[in-house]
Design a protein around this ligand. Structure first.
Ligand code: ADP
Ligand code: MG
Length: 736
């Protein structure tokens, strides 16, 4: 990747936790990690190697040893990133390392102990303190989401849906890039609110897992904060900048053994670290810079972090290490991983006036509600003025200059006065001796209705006000003291701390540069007075270079053996999968009819977004509606599809009890009905026991449709059945 003006590399810092009690007592080997804080170097000792073997040294942007404080890491390595996010950049911090090395401790820490609060709670403080101290012409909207990726499924931790087996989907839009569809995003107005969200999410994470340790070490947790800031620009218009922060606690980086498991468990095991190995591949591809293809699409995590790795974001990676000698291999892998990530170049830029800024929508909605509210109040005020003095001529200027509060007060007065007036009028009506009772009731009813309307209007206004206030409260305005401890002294202290942190990192950079330059210019500076001196100097240099060569050789050997190991694992996984495939084939070939198999195969398509095979619908979606409207094709010569049995039955003649076609013969009687028939039919109806043979319809000559039902009429004896049948058969006749 070529460096350009706006590009900056991923900042990588390494942190080593103290030895824990178990490791302390476990052996004399002690720690294998040494750190040079000034130079930002980690020196790793191989406990299995002979003492003569050179130690491995890695250089990073900063290193934090076992004595480091949470605050040190935050002030020096994280604070600048959060400041950038507040200025409208995308920012990502991810903790990478073996399980138990302090990823969660670094990201979250112990919330209740101010000394041990991690990156996330410190970032909350930082964001809201910044807002409270900013100028009053700035408006902020802070939103947060919390999700986890477990077995390649995305789970919304703020709205976990235990019923659904499928996780959330990833979508891509040209404006915002990759995002999670339907992910809950909550507006937060204070530190307390955002901390509560984090708690809710953490609890959901714990509840969803049978074994919390196992679960948390295998799932990735992403806390996303969006800070939108609106500020008037030089052109007088409000401009919005959107900073997005991804705070990521990755799954444990240790190698998950996939071998020796079968079937469903094999698939699960294969998915567990898919995101992490994909992350490794993405980092390698980006660090390498030569390969054009970066495999972001290989996993959900890499797709979500696409911008953070090689894209529009500032990124900090915190690699965590354990000092114990038994984890040498994992520690070395982590350091290599981190070392590679240093070379990734990002192109961060300020997100100015993006289309999807929620703040703009909020501002518009608030303006609309405000206009509505003002309109209502003005109307009430005008009505009051009309009530007060019909003849009074208002001065237009005075009206426009009128204070908003006054309008509100007058509107309230109007409602009160109107209520009193209606009450008085009701009383007058009640006491009026000359009104009729009915008239009184009507007038009172009218007044009651007017009171009801007034109350409804008042309620509507109250609702509108509540909605307006709720919306407005979501926007945080700079200059307001939304947290308690924002006194000047604290501000100064923070600034000083920041200065020190900047100074330290500057010094470290300079020392690192000096070291590199020293090696390069060693030869140039040396002037030799004698041959002996020259030999000595060159031998010294040769020794140095030889040591370097040995280091590189050892490195190559390590990398090779690592590759061999991972290849063996992959081969074993492949063998397992092939065996499973053979098993499935056996079932398919022997137990599924070939035509069924073909039908199924033809309907299957692969959905790369969801990484799944899917059945195509039997009827293509676009032709579904038109096809459903059509009648099914009929057999030739028949009105509708007809069965073989029906055809035989028809061929046997009209006496068959089975009729497929023309179940009813509808012959119309064309004689005009007259009233006598109606009278007689009424008579007949009163005669409940009359049979169909004697029914007036028959008498009058209205022939009922012949139907196969009629052949049964002699059997049916109940009159109710007859009348029911008459009703049934008469209907089509009438309809004709
Ligand atoms: P991970 O999330 O990487 O699996 P944890 O953050 O849960 O690891 O840390 C494992 C244990 O080590 C915890 O008990 C934690 O308190 C402790 N620990 C980790 N890092 C530090 C540190 N820098 N200082 C003190 N204790 C730490
Ligand atoms: Mg953890």
């Amino acid at each position: 990747m070529s460096k350009n003006k706006s590009s900056e590399s991923v900042k990588v810092v390494v942190r080593c936790r103290p030895l824990n009690r178990k490791e302390d007592t476990n052996g004399p080997a002690g720690g294998i990690v040494q750190m040079d804080l000034g130079l930002g170097q980690v020196i790793l000792r191989n406990p299995r190697a002979p003492p003569s073997e050179p130690q491995k040294t890695f250089t990073f942007d900063a290193v934090y040893d076992a004595n480091s404080k949470q605050r040190d890491l935050y002030d020096e390595s994280v604070r600048p990133l959060i400041d950038s996010a507040l200025a409208g950049f995308n920012g990502t911090i991810f903790a990478y390392g073996q399980t138990g090395t302090g990823k969660t401790y670094t990201m979250q820490g112990a919330w209740l102990d101010p000394e041990k609060r991690g990156v996330i709670p410190n970032a909350f403080d930082h964001i809201f303190t910044h807002i409270s101290r900013s100028q009053s012409d700035k408006q902020y909207l802070v939103r947060a989401s919390y999700l986890e990726i477990y077995r390649e499924e995305i789970r919304d931790l703020l709205n976990p849906n235990p019923g659904s087996t499928r996780g959330l989907e990833l979508r891509e839009s040209p404006d915002t890039g990759v995002y999670v569809q339907d992910l809950t995003s909550c507006v937060c107005k204070s530190i307390k609110e955002i901390e509560e969200l984090m708690n809710v999410g953490n609890q959901a994470r714990a509840v969803g897992a049978t074994d919390m340790n196992e679960h948390s070490s295998r799932s990735h947790a992403l806390f996303l904060i969006t800070v939108e800031c609106s500020q008037p620009g030089p052109d007088g218009r409000k401009h919005i900048r959107v900073g997005r922060l991804n705070l990521v606690d990755l799954a444990g980086s240790e190698r998950q053994t996939k071998t020796g498991v079968q079937g469903k468990r094999l698939k699960e095991a294969a998915k567990i670290n898919l995101s992490l190995s994909a992350l490794g591949n993405v980092i390698s591809a980006l660090a390498d810079g030569r390969s054009g293809h970066v495999p972001y699409r290989d996993s959900k995590l890499t797709r979500l972090l696409q911008d953070s790795l090689g894209g529009n974001a500032k990124t900090v990676m915190v690699a965590t290490l354990g000092p114990a000698s038994q984890h040498y291999d994992e520690t070395l892998t982590t350091l290599r991983y981190a070392n590679r990530a240093k070379n990734i170049q990002n192109q961060p830029r300020v997100n100015e006036d993006p289309k999807d800024a929620l703040l703009r929508e909020f501002q518009r909605e608030i303006a609309r509600l405000r206009a509505q509210l003002n309109h209502r109040k003005w109307r009430s005020k005008q009505k009051k003025e009309q009530m007060d003095d019909e003849d009074w001529e208002r001065d237009e200027d005075e009206e426009t200059e009128c204070e908003e509060e006054e309008v509100e007060k007058e509107a309230e007065d109007y409602v009160k006065l109107e209520e009193q007036r209606l009450e008085r009028e009701k009383e007058a009506i009640r006491e009026d001796q000359f009104l009729l009772a009915e008239e009184k009731q009507r007038l009172l009813g009218e007044k009651e209705k007017m009171m009801g309307d007034l109350r409804k209007e008042q309620e509507a206004a109250e609702q509108l006000t509540a909605k307006y206030k709720a919306m407005e409260s979501k926007l945080l305005v700079g200059g307001k003291n939304i947290i308690d401890h924002t006194n000047e002294q604290q501000k100064m202290l923070e600034m000083k701390r920041q200065e020190i942190a900047e100074q330290t990192s500057k010094e470290r950079k300079m020392q690192q540069q000096m070291l590199v330059q020293d090696e390069e210019t060693l030869e140039l500076r040396d002037t030799f007075t004698s041959l002996q001196q020259e030999v000595e100097a060159k031998t010294k240099k040769l020794k140095k270079l030889y040591a370097k060569l040995q280091c590189i050789k050892a490195e190559i050997k390590d990398v090779n053996s690592e590759h061999v190991r991972s290849r063996q694992e992959l081969e074993q996984t492949q063998n397992e999968l092939t065996r499973e495939l053979k098993f499935k084939y056996l079932i398919i070939e022997n137990f599924i009819p070939p035509e069924e198999k073909n039908k199924i195969m033809n309907r299957l398509t692969f959905d790369p977004d969801e990484d799944q095979w899917k059945f195509q619908p039997l009827v293509p979606a676009e032709s579904k509606s038109s096809q459903m409207k059509e009648r099914p094709a009929s057999a030739v010569g028949y009105k509708r599809p007809i069965s073989q049995y029906a055809r035989v039955a028809i061929a046997m003649g009209p006496h068959s009890r089975y009729r497929a076609e023309n179940i009813m013969f509808l012959e119309l009687d064309m004689t005009r009905p007259n009233t006598s028939s109606l009278d007689r039919s009424a008579e007949a109806e009163s005669n409940q026991s009359s049979s169909l043979e004697n029914s007036p319809t028959k008498e009058k000559g209205i022939r009922k449709s012949r139907s196969w039902c009629q052949t049964q009429k002699s059997i049916t004896s109940s009159s109710s059945n007859n009348s029911l049948m008459a009703c049934h058969t008469a209907t089509p006749t009438a309809a004709q």
